[in-house]
Design a protein. Structure first.
Length: 338
């Protein structure tokens, strides 16, 4: 099947293009390169051993979307395009709602016009806000988001639920990611944040490669086993396999489908640092700092629903995730600019 991959040059979308190809599908990318580098295209082509069709366009551009749907026989859409930096979203809420909410509504309208009725949406565990209990299952309350990025994901989920309700022949799947890390085992594609990384793993690998002096650990007084924040880190390869499973198992089933994509294991910041120290064979420089505003103590998934209904389960270990992140960073010390 031809699958339109919006944001296909980004971190997760690029891995999805490889996973789709290996599952026998044809990815067709639409990306405006606002947070990616065009050289990723050659890397995906190299891994897939075949040319990749790419449209340099914006999901908010209706004419461009209509052209893509007219030129390509698209069977389904995986929608990764969007802005994702929490801090930036607080400073630029309009840009975030425009890209993430208006952009998605625009995409949906173009799909309806082209009669393409299968959509997989990149949602986030951020829609659960500060969870009352962990592990978090799909029935846990959503909303209570604390920043425009999180609220944009929550708003899109609500729009898609209403749309699915009104269009009973559509298949819409919301995938709520926990914390994607890792990279393709080849080290050819991976996460390449611009500027100072906000997230833990890219910061750790940049300290390890010498681009940053030390890792600041944001809080060691949380009510967790060692006092540092606990998250559910999932290998990006497992994450994109979850998308392929959702497409294949739910794409032909009408309705709104919702799945957590996580491992079910909570890992603290200190456990992550120790895992990286083990892979490096040396200790990373770290310093304890105050909690980061807006952070929660613990967040990890109950991934049972995805296992039961999609036949999907995360396979990679924490060591694999750390090794592959490090392999990517070492092979590309300055990301795609290397
Ligand atoms: P990314 O920034 O690496 O990739 C997003 C891609 O979308 C980029 O290539 C960017 O250029 C493109 N893009 C952005 N706005 C666009 C627009 N208006 N039109 C066309 N292209 C546009 O991010 P990612 O980590 O790959 O995340 C992909 C999706 O998954 C995002 O929607 C993100 O919110 C969601 N998500 C990510 C994480 C995470 O930790 N990485 C967690 C939960 C959810
Ligand atoms: C962040 C986002 C969240 C998003 C998720 C996945 C915030 C407030 N939240 O959450 O919306 O869905 O990423 O993309 O940004 N940490 C450090 N030092 C660092 C970086 C992080 O100690 O330099 C700690 C954090 O305090 C946290 C853990 O590492 O305990 C993970 O942080 P991060 O990778 O930013 O992910 P989330 O906090 O889950």
């Amino acid at each position: 099947m031809n699958v339109l991959v919006t944001g296909g040059c980004g971190y997760i979308g690029s891995h999805a293009c490889v996973a789709l190809h290996h599952a026998g599908h044809t990815p067709i990318v639409l990306d405006n390169y606002s947070n990616s580098h065009p050289s990723v295209v050659g890397r995906i082509e190299e891994l897939n051993g075949t040319p990749l069709t790419v449209y340099q366009s914006d999901i908010r551009d209706s004419k461009a979307l209509a052209r893509v749907f007219a030129e390509q026989d698209i069977g389904a859409v995986m929608h990764f395009a969007g802005l994702k930096a929490v801090g930036e979203s607080v400073a630029k809420p309009l840009e975030y709602y425009d890209n993430n909410v208006t952009g998605t509504l625009n995409l949906l309208a173009a799909m309806r016009e082209a009669q393409v009725s299968k959509l997989i949406f990149s949602s986030s565990a951020t829609v659960y806000g500060d969870p009352a209990v962990v592990p978090i299952d799909e029935h846990s309350q959503t909303g209570g988001t604390t920043n425009p990025y999180g609220t944009s994901k929550y708003m899109v989920e609500r729009c898609l639920a209403d749309f699915a309700n009104a269009n009973s022949d559509w298949s819409i799947t919301l995938l709520r990611y926990f914390n994607p890390i890792g990279a393709h085992p080849s080290g050819r594609i991976g996460e390449d944040p611009s500027g100072i990384p906000n997230n833990l793993m890219p910061f750790i690998t940049q300290v390890a490669i010498g681009r940053r002096e030390a890792l600041s650990i944001f809080g060691n007084d949380y009510p967790t086993e060692d006092g540092t924040g606990v998250r559910d880190y999932i290998h990006v390869e497992d994450l994109v396999d979850g998308h392929v499973a959702a497409l294949e198992k739910r794409g032909d089933v009408a309705g709104l489908h919702v799945y957590n994509l996580g491992t079910g294991n909570g890992v603290s910041v200190l456990q992550m640092v120790n895992a990286m120290n083990g892979v490096l064979g040396r200790d990373l420089p770290v310093r304890m700092e105050a909690r980061r505003a807006g952070d929660i103590a613990e967040c990890f998934a109950n991934p049972a629903k995805a296992e039961q209904e999609l036949g999907w389960k995360a396979k990679y270990s924490l060591t694999d995730m750390v090794e592959h992140s490090w392999n990517w960073q070492q092979s590309n010390p300055n990301g795609y600019q290397s």
